[in-house]
Ligand binder design. Sequence first.
Ligand SMILES: [Zn+2]
Length: 464
Amino acid sequence: MRIRVLALAAVVAGALVTVSAQNAQRQVSLLVSGGIVVTVDPVNRVIPNGAVAIDGTDIVAVDTAENIAKQFRGRDTINASGQIILPGLINTHTHAAMVLYRGLADDLALSEWLNKYIFPAEAKTVSPAFVRAGTRLAALEMIQSGTTTFADMYYFEEEVAAATKAAGLRGVLGQTIIQFPVADAKTPADALVRAEAFIKSFKDDPLITPAVAPHAMYTLDGPTLKAARDLSRRYKVPTLIHLAETRDEIQAAQERFKSSPVVYLDSLGFLGPGVLGAHGVWVSDADIAVLKARGVGVSHNPESNMKLASGTAPVPAYLRADVAIGLGTDGAASNNDLDMFEAMRFAALLHKHASVDPRALSARTALEMATIRGARALGMDKRLGSLEPRKYADLITVSTAGARQTPMYDPLSHLVYVMRGDDVVNTIVNGQVLMRDRRVLTLDEKAVLAEGRAWIDKVRAAVK
Ligand SMILES: [Zn+2]
C-alpha cells in the first residue's frame, strides 16, 4: 500500500513537472530567432543557430534557438535564418540634418569648404523646417543601414529630438553652443538658455538623452565653455564637443594658450566623465593620458578625417591606453553618408595602412568600436552596445545570402570587410521593430525622400 501511494505520488509529481514546464514557457513580446548571434558580450559569444528573446523594451535572454524556443513564446517572431543578429550600431558623432548638404561641395580645402559652402548654406537654410526634414531623412538612412543610436550636435535640437522619437531611434542629442550668431541663437547666452530648456523637455525620455554641445575650444571663449560644461554637470547630461580635429586647432591653442586643446580644456576643469570628444586626431601621448585619467570618451570618424584630409587619429594608441573610443560618421556633408558598416571598414583599413601593420585594428575591435566601445564612450554601456539580458533591445539582422557574402567562414570578418548598410534586413530599437524585411515601418519613405529633394533648390541658391 505504502509502495502504491509512493508510486501514485511519483505519477502526480511527474504530471506536475510536465504542466509546470508548459507554464514556465514565458510569453514575451518578440523573438528574433534562427540566425548567427554575434553578441559582442564580455566573452564575445557567437551562437551559430541562436535567438534573442525580447520583452517590452529589454532583452530577456540570448541563447541557442532551441533553448529559447523551450523557454519562451513570442507574441511576434522574426525569422532570422540566413542572417547575422548583432547589436544595433552606435554612431557616436554626426550632424543628422546635414544630410541635406550631402555632396553639395567636395574635394576642397577645409577652409574653402567651410567658408564658401557650409557656413553660407547654414546661414541661409537652417530653420526648424530644415532640421525636421534633414533629421527625418537621416533617420530613414540610419534605420535602413542598421544604426540604432546616434549622437548629434546641431541647431534646433528639439526638432532633432521630435523627429528621432517619431522614427523610433535612440539619440544622444546635443544643443549647439557657439560664439557667433547662428540660426537658433544670437549669442552664446541665448544658446545656453535654449540648451537648458531642451534638457528640461527631454530629461526623462526613454529614447532621447539630451546633451549640451559646445562646438569646439576654438569657436568658444573660456567662460562659455565653462558655462556649457556646468550646465551639463548640473543636469547630469553628456557634453559633446569637437576636439583636436585639425592642425589649425592645435596651432590656435598653441598661439592663444601655449597648450594643446586637451590640456587647455583640462585647465578649465572641462574634462571629466560624460564628455565625448569628436575626432581627437591631433593628440600627443600626454593628451591621451589626460583623456584616460578624466574618463573622457572619444569618437573616431575615419571617413570624415580622410575626406577633409584632417589627419589620422592615433586609434591604436587610444586602444592601448584603454580610452573609451567609438566610431562616428560625422555629418553627411563630409562623408557623404551615415553608413556605420563603412565606418567600421574604413577604421580597420585606415589604421592598418597608416601603421603599415595589418594587426593594428582587427575586425573584432572595429565591430566593438561600432557597438560596445561606442556605448562606453557615451557612458551608456550598462544598457547598450551588446546583446545581453537586461540591456535595451536595440538590435539588427544582416543578410548573408548574397554572392558578396558567400562563402562565410567568420561572421565578424564579413561584418567589417564585406557588409554594407544595404545588407541590413531588420532594425529593432527599444523592442520596437523599425524596419522589417527592409520595409521601414515608422517613416513614410516616399514622403521623406520627396521632402529631402525639395530642399535642393534652396540650398543651391544659398551658395550661389
Ligand atoms: Zn562634426
